[in-house]
Design a protein around this ligand. Structure first.
Ligand code: NAD
Ligand code: TYD
Length: 356
């Protein structure tokens, strides 16, 4: 069986669903259920006996060790994290606790368990750490995209905490021989994406008739990858990645934020026209920029293609159309999320941003 952390979040829940679409191997899904964790994402697995959900915190090493001893995983796939840059700006402490201390505690529990395995099981064991392209910092317009040897230069508390975790994972391979794999992926989008991030926020705000807040000039560039493609890449790295290696994962889809929002408005104008006519583009508003906002991310994903034969299956056009359709047909999922805590966040992040 495999042990997944953070499997009730956006990418983790897509990964677990995708796993069972391809395999009957058991999954222990370990998640703290923070504001970002949502068991509704896993509703379709309710009767699946190979899926065991356990509520817990990756900072709790004893609980992790007890679970490893009981379930004897052949691999750990580590998604659990605080993941939103704006939240890391307003409250960095939780990012250090979960992303740095939590990853350290998970590594220690994994090392203790792995050290006690028989030689063949030790060799076959994998610790796959899911990370981000944001650890590499920001690119100028003419810079080549990030590759696996690009120097780390994280700029936000979020990316700094992920970079620290990446370094610990690297050290556990070099020092103890733990068979680790690290993936650094670009921005994901798709089903079950929490509506605090750009794409789901814009879709849900548009449909609610609310403003579409563009930070600064909206010319910041992200390299968008459909979440299902990320899940396929992780499965492939787990299957055939070389221990101690890192793999960059990206969509070859660089887009400026304003262009992404225009595309979303245009799709919605076609498939869910505004009551009373007019375009959703009229809801776009400029707001104050994010402090320390990285200008451009882009991934060179040639290594994973060359060594493991992975390439994204979706283009931005096909992936974004699917995503809009998903949000249109899952309004209840959105409604359930938009509870008291969500509204508090929206007020905290947007209320004091003056128009740019
Ligand atoms: P998310 O915020 O949607 O989900 C995080 C999950 O982790 C939630 O279910 C939450 O309950 C759980 N969690 C948080 N703290 C925990 C703790 N202490 N113990 C156990 N569980 C805890 O995040 P996501 O967007 O799904 O990202 C998953 C991983 O992928 C993260 O490590 C993130 O850094 C990385 N990543 C994300 C993106 C992206 O575009 N979203 C891109 C590249 C990499
Ligand atoms: P986000 O989804 O938060 O991902 P990240 O910061 O990890 O790349 O943001 C994507 C881009 O969209 C980023 O450049 C910030 C911008 N953005 C806005 O312009 N308005 C918003 O309300 C949000 C949430 C993000």
């Amino acid at each position: 069986m495999i042990f997944v952390t953070g499997g009730a979040g956006f990418i983790g829940s897509n990964f677990v669903l995708d796993w069972f679409a391809h395999s009957a191997e058991e999954v222990v899904n370990f998640d703290k259920l923070t504001y970002a964790g949502n068991l509704n994402n896993l509703e379709s697995l309710r009767t699946r006996k190979e899926h065991l959900f356990v509520k817990g915190d990756i900072c709790d090493r004893e609980q992790l060790q007890a679970l490893f001893a009981l379930h004897q995983p052949r691999a750990i796939v580590h998604f659990a994290a605080e993941s939103h840059v704006d939240r890391s700006i307003l409250g960095p402490g939780e990012f250090v606790t979960t992303n740095v201390n939590g990853t350290f505690s998970l590594l220690e529990a994994a090392r203790a368990y792995w050290s006690g395995l028989a030689p063949a099981a030790r060799d076959a064991f994998r610790f796959l750490h899911v990370s981000t392209d944001e650890v590499y910092g920001t690119l100028g317009p003419q810079d080549p995209p990030f590759c696996e040897t690009t120097a780390y230069a994280p700029n936000s508390p979020y990316s700094a905490s992920k970079a620290a975790a990446d370094h610990l994972v690297r050290a556990y391979h070099h020092t103890y021989g733990l068979p680790t794999l690290t993936t650094n992926c670009s921005n994901n989008y798709g089903p079950f994406h929490f509506p605090e991030k750009l794409i789901p926020l814009m879709i849900t705000n548009a449909l609610a008739g609310a403003p579409l807040p563009i930070y600064g000039d909206g010319q910041q560039v992200r390299d968008w990858l459909y979440v299902g493609d990320h899940c396929a890449a992780i499965r492939r790295v787990l299957e055939a990645g070389r221990p101690g290696q890192t793999y960059n994962i990206g969509g070859w889809n660089e887009k400026a934020n304003l262009d992404v929002v225009h595309t979303l408005c245009d799709i919605l104008d076609r498939v869910a026209p505004k009551d009373g006519g007019g375009s959703y583009r009229t809801q776009i508003t400029r707001v104050q920029d994010r402090p320390g906002h990285d200008r451009r991310y882009a991934i060179d994903a040639r290594k994973i293609e060359r060594e493991l034969g992975w390439r994204p299956g979706e283009t931005f056009e096909t992936g974004i159309e699917k995503t809009v359709q998903w949000y249109l047909s899952h309004r209840e999922w959105v409604r359930d999320i938009q509870s008291g805590d969500y509204l508090k966040w929206i007020e905290q992040n947007y209320f004091n941003r003056n128009a740019a």
